[in-house]
Design a protein. Sequence first.
Length: 254
Amino acid sequence: MGSRGLPAFTPDWAFFLDVDGTLLDFTERPSATRVEPALRRLLRDVIEVTGGAMALISGRPVVDIDRLFGPPRFCVAGQHGAERRDAAGKLHRHRLPKEKLRKAGHQLRQMVAEHPGLVLEDKGMSFALHYRLAPALGAQVRDVMRGLVEDLGEEFEMQAGKMVFEIKPGGRDKGTAIAEFMEERPFRERLPVFIGDDLTDEFGFELINRIGGHSVKVGEGVSAARFRLADASAVRAWLGKIAGEQRFPEGASP
């Protein structure tokens, strides 16, 4: 699963890029993730060759993405589309009942205190409970998160991921976030390309397929995506090849 068989780049593409497991290799704890300067430079190159049409689409909150990648501050959808910063720099946030979220967060912190192998991410508008370090607790985590979602009501839903279950705003996902970007410049009327690796990215793949773009799955597993890359390293290499070819066309010297 290298870059062979992938579609040939054209300057009218718009890139939508998942972060963890796609641009970045997984870490056992999300707080331990670091971004190398070379990746920041690569993303700036992608922005250059697409005329600014690149956005990060992540389950992380926008403030966390900025901590990892900025400056510059990229177009970004955080918390699976619950918040989104457009090309003009305006931040759009989904409104939620904060008191209900606080109560759910308190229960989850109690659970983590009882099971040190669990890792809780409080993202502000959503919660992610990771059990990568305690895989035997997966079913218990699922049941607890499902119960909390039932208590929170129809404004929330549970989302499964790689060794994680999340509570997030209902009706918001990576597909809805990409659709909103595609209504705005510089994304409008471009060919969308979404690269992701997780179950949460399937919403994005399905949207991309419906509107005639290129969907690229990272890693193994059943997926709606039409193309494949092996891992995050392969993603970075493919993006680098695209950016390099456009910066230095065939026959030109760097």
